[in-house]
Ligand binder design. Structure first.
Ligand code: GLV
Ligand code: MN
Ligand code: MN
Length: 412
């Protein structure tokens, strides 16, 4: 059953477009679309086309964000910015990021179809990178818009050794132009993002949507352990300096420290062991650590303890180690006045208001540097995300779209 909400606001179309974007993947039979890839180009071209159909002027900016603008009562007014990201994790779901971009376009299409011009402009941005899968650091698209993109990131390399600067040039973009896309504070009234919850709270309470209070902070580390590669048959166990066995101990320590406080989470999500052969003792291992918490001192203390424990393990095993701090981001609070406006939008649709924090990171964290932010969460099945099983219902997509539309129309 298709949920048509008023004239031209269609959850059916939002979900069809999520399916359509999911076709642009480097993973056969699944969805992986990383920053500045040919698949990202194809997806953003589609999004730009949908933005134009919705009555927006649309273009790709210097870092590969798809940016659409719907003028207000007169051209050039400051904007309410809406958006989310178009890149994905590896073997991703179809809604993380995309749902927010496509719902925002749907809302603009609805305004345009009703000839509704507001006392402010609306910009919808499909950010090119939020997940940080390709170059290790996240929120590249939204930080460029917020003016906090670090030009040093241009020399970060992907798994093939290609720098971000090279990847931008191959994509047809000019890395030197990135600072020019930074917005002035006076040009942006607020940033609002609709996103799937990616957790189980709304489902457990039977609610279609929730209003976000704050986004948890995160730290990302890249750790390298170096031992000695050797023959798996000849080197006795007590004479080995096995970097992968050391890594195994570190992984367990990360888990143990994170478990010490229910507000903390810690994950080792990637391990690369070299040389990677069945009969060779691993001489070098790189692994990543992702730590999150709703309170910055708690996260910082946990990271410090992880660092010292990794050092202790390496010393005991005769391994050298290096810990690179890829990124730290503090907790980003949503603005009370925007939370209140979003809550009124939820109530106006006859739904109970539920406030909740976000454990996942979002583009709003970056936009928080230049403007006030708020977020609306939409229930997802089983709380599952970063997984191809990610799914939402058409009724919930419709509820999210209706609330976002109400929020936009009444935004002050
Ligand atoms: C993005 O999804 C993140 O929270 O890592
Ligand atoms: Mn994600
Ligand atoms: Mn996301």
């Amino acid at each position: 059953m298709a949920y048509i909400i008023g004239r031209m606001l269609s959850a059916d179309r939002i979900l069809e477009r999520c399916e359509s974007l999911a076709q642009h993947s480097e993973l056969p039979g699944g969805l992986t679309r990383v920053f500045l890839s040919p698949q990202a180009r194809a997806a953003s071209d589609k999004v730009l086309g949908w933005m134009r159909e919705a009555g927006m002027q649309a273009k790709l900016d210097a870092i590969g964000n798809a940016v659409g603008r719907y003028e207000g009562e007169r051209p050039g007014l400051p904007c309410l910015m809406l958006g989310s990201h178009l890149d994905t994790v590896r073997d991703a779901g179809k809604y993380d990021g995309m749902l927010g971009v496509l719902t925002a376009i749907e809302c603009v299409s609805f305004l345009n179809a009703n000839n509704n011009r507001l006392p402010f402009a609306i910009e919808v941005i499909g950010f090119g990178d939020e997940e940080g899968v390709r170059f290790g650091t996240t929120l590249l698209g939204s930080r460029a818009v917020a003016g906090t993109f670090d030009q040093k990131a241009l020399s970060a390399t992907d798994a093939t050794g290609k720098t971000m600067a090279q990847a931008l040039i191959e994509f047809g973009l000019d890395p030197q132009a990135i600072p020019k896309i930074a917005r002035k504070k006076s040009d942006v009234l607020a940033y609002a993002e609709l996103h799937i919850e990616q957790g189980p709270v709304l489902e457990s309470e039977g609610l279609a949507v929730g209003v976000v209070t704050a986004i948890n902070g995160f730290s990302r580390l890249r750790v390298t352990l170096r031992g000695v590669a050797g023959h798996a048959g000849t080197v006795p166990m007590n004479l080995r300096r096995d970097a992968l066995a050391g890594t195994a101990e570190c992984v367990v320590v990360v888990e143990r420290i994170a478990k010490e406080n229910p507000e903390l989470v810690g994950t080792v999500g990637r391990i690369e062991a070299k040389p990677g052969a069945i009969n060779v003792i691993p001489g070098e291992v790189m692994f990543t650590v992702d730590v999150r918490a709703p309170n910055d001192p708690l996260r910082e203390q946990a990271v410090a303890t992880m660092r010292s424990q990794i050092a202790r393990i390496c010393k005991a095993r005769g391994l050298q180690h290096e810990i690179e701090n890829l990124q730290d981001f503090g907790v980003t609070a949503c603005a009370p006045r925007l939370i209140a406006q979003m809550e009124r939008a939820v109530e106006s649709e006859g739904m109970r208001v539920r406030r909740l924090p976000s454990g996942a990171g979002h583009d709003g964290m970056a936009l928080g540097a230049i403007t006030e932010i708020c977020m609306l969460f939409v229930r997802c099945k089983g709380g599952i995300s970063h997984n191809p099983l990610e799914s939402i219902t058409e009724a919930d997509a419709a509820a999210g779209a209706r609330v976002l539309e109400r929020f936009i129309e009444r935004f002050k």
